[in-house]
Design a protein around this ligand. Structure first.
Ligand SMILES: [Zn+2]
Length: 261
């Protein structure tokens, strides 16, 4: 999971959302109304859903990857706070994320744990906060460990350590190293176009959380220990020119801040 920036909706789509939000709020049974409108209303299905899906696809990492696992194609509009639990947020743009079928229908479903003391959500919303402050990826093994209660709940609910993701992340780590070395070679030769292409393609790979974690961990005070035995890679990840190249361009579009410690 990586940090993503939410983009504003076109005015017409916002007007649709406000119209249907009013209808849910004024209904005698908001949940039933929200479900009916969201799932069966023709205008919602033909005009609202496609526009939301398109905007979420632009916000997502890579080629419209799931905002939770980062691996599969995001094909469903997920209500971060489930419609069944809070129908009043059914048409709230801030509550819409892009998810794959596995994360949305098999794992998250209607789970939405809250802090027992203050009631705040315990799942990470990558459009609201930096997931890597709550999750630490072991680059050699591809597994996440939690740094907070939010991290713990997110790993559990989204099944972030399911075997297919763990294996995929170890490959993604190898792939990211290859991209970084290729970028370094192109940069050294002054081949600017190739260097820019490599940055874009590196971020467009599935499981971009691995590349984001590499930059994140290298900037951490524990960076030298985390990259022990990988001096060349650590030097590249902490080099200001590398960080400037990978922290702008296509990353700006996805809101990834690779330079953030
Ligand atoms: Zn997913």
């Amino acid at each position: 999971m990586i940090r993503l920036a939410r983009i504003p909706l076109p005015r017409r789509t916002m007007e649709y959302l406000e119209r249907y939000d009013d209808r849910v709020r004024s209904a005698a049974d908001p949940r039933s109304q929200a479900e009916t409108l969201w799932k069966r209303n023709t205008t919602v299905r033909t005009k609202v859903h496609p526009q939301l899906r398109q905007m979420l696809g632009r916000m997502a990492a890579g080629h419209e990857r799931c905002m939770y696992c980062g691996d599969n194609e995001g094909c469903a509009i997920d209500h971060f706070e489930p419609l069944a639990l809070n129908p009043l947020r059914a048409f709230d743009w801030a509550n819409h994320l892009l998810a794959c079928t596995v994360c949305n229908s098999h794992h998250k479903r209607n789970e939405f744990p809250r802090d027992v003391e203050d009631g705040s959500p315990l799942l990470l919303d990558p459009t609201c906060e930096e997931p890597l402050r709550h999750l630490r990826l072991s680059l050699p093994t591809g597994s996440y460990t939690a740094l907070s209660a939010k991290g713990e709940a997110s790993i559990r609910v989204f099944k972030l350590n399911r075997p297919v993701l763990v294996k995929g992340r170890t490959d993604a780590y190898t792939r990211a190293c290859v991209f970084l070395e290729a970028w370094h070679a192109a940069h050294r030769c002054g081949d600017r176009r190739r260097a820019e292409t490599l940055v874009a393609v590196a971020w467009n790979q599935p499981l971009a959380d691995v590349l984001a974690s590499m930059f994140h961990q290298a900037a951490h005070p524990a960076g030298p220990a985390l990259f022990a035995g990988e001096g060349d890679l650590y030097a590249l990840l902490t080099d200001p020119e590398t960080r400037a190249a990978f922290g702008s361009g296509p990353t700006a579009a996805t809101g990834i801040d690779a330079s953030m410690p």
